[in-house]
Design a protein around this ligand. Structure first.
Ligand SMILES: [Zn+2]
Length: 72
């Protein structure tokens, strides 16, 4: 059984046999489903939390919304 991996940037499930594995100098292993995610994270140095179309940004947005609702 092939291990199911998620994209390190956008959080989407990567289809086995596709995508790109990237190892940083410090040994951290990153998996990418598309070149778009690789470019955004490595070349453009974007943070997943602040990039609107990623899963992490959606979670962050949801948490912020919930925190705001709690205050009111
Ligand atoms: Zn991705």
């Amino acid at each position: 059984m092939v291990e199911e991996r998620k994209c390190s940037f956008c959080g989407q499930v990567i289809e086995p046999g596709t995508g790109k594995m990237y190892v940083k100098k410090d040994g951290t292993v990153l998996h990418f489903d598309a070149n778009k995610c690789y470019k955004n994270m490595i070349l453009m140095k974007r943070v997943a939390r602040t990039t609107a179309w990623t899963e992490k940004a959606a979670i962050e947005k949801d948490a912020r919304k919930r925190a705001r609702e709690k205050k009111e």
